[in-house]
Design a protein around this ligand. Sequence first.
Ligand SMILES: [Mn+2]
Length: 390
Amino acid sequence: MRILHTSDWHLGRTFESISLEEDQRAFVTWLCGVVTERAVDVVVVAGDVWDRANPKAEAVTLMEESLNAVAATGATVIAIAGNHDSAARLAYGASWAKNYGIILVTEDVGYPTPVIVDRNGASVGFVAVPYRDPQRTIAPVPAEDGTSRLRTHTAVLDDALNDGRRQLADADVVATIAVAHAYVSGSATSDSERRYVGGADQVPLSLFHGFDAVLLGHLHRYQEFDEGRVAYCGSPLPYSFSETADKAVRILEVGAEGLTSIERVEIPVGVAFGRGVSTITGTLEELLTDARYAGAEQHFVAARLTNDTLQIDAKAKLEVRFPHIVNVTRAASAAPHGVAPAVPSAALIEEDPLTVIATFLDQVHGQPPSEEERELLAGVIDAVLQGGAK
Ligand SMILES: [Mn+2]
């Protein structure tokens, strides 16, 4: 049996304000090609099918079309709700979808029933646990000494996995696989994930003991633990400028004796569809001409200008070379833009206008106006003040 692991599709997501619908659709088409070519039996989507709990109409349609396309290859689909999904909305139609081999595990209160898939000479038990808010699910099982446990992410996921283990204890399966949407301590994060401040949503890797494989969603960077037994496959496309690493899905092979191999399959982002992300830093002139930025020309680009002075129409100029430029800001190393004013704002009211403007220019450009500029400013201030007195 071949099992494909993907996650964090975030259907309906935009890159800043640019629609990714076409790229997401192309990813699903590519995925269906892999599923067919490699004769994949089960496709696991480990949460965050949608980008938001209240997906827009286009995202709802894209989800239906996507899961339907994967199921049309003949593969069984197992998808869980992530923290971006609304479990209730994802559950809509789940009872019908099941008849077509699309199993949506969205239970956000009790413990889900493990899914047993019997195909190609192997029977595999999946403990698929959707993301759940610890405050909304049933209270954690008391500790061995009878004391109650706090409603933490660790406690509720631990209980759900234990319940799954119990339910599978007597099942005639050659492998057990856990599917979860969680933040494992020590993982590398990206800017496009929604995580708790302070890390209260982190769970220890040890929670997943005993499973032959653990297919995780939630973090958008591909990463493996415990020699690949536990892994995040990451999102299929970069959803923030922090995601410069290659994107991938995984294919696990289970034979009559159990798990035999795990393979990483790279997603051709920026080659067949979608685009990579680049943050480029330099003067406007360098960014426009230097050959070393050629690789970023077809990427989503964030430009960081190092010029000392303000560059008029920088974005429009850069757009000629980088048509998918998303934002332009001044590099941190440029003039100290945004530092706290040296003069408290209340005191500024007492200052003469020329001093206020000179202080501002000093902060923005890193140097005060020249004698010539001061004269020019003084003339403008005079003209304005005299005009105002009329
Ligand atoms: Mn996600």
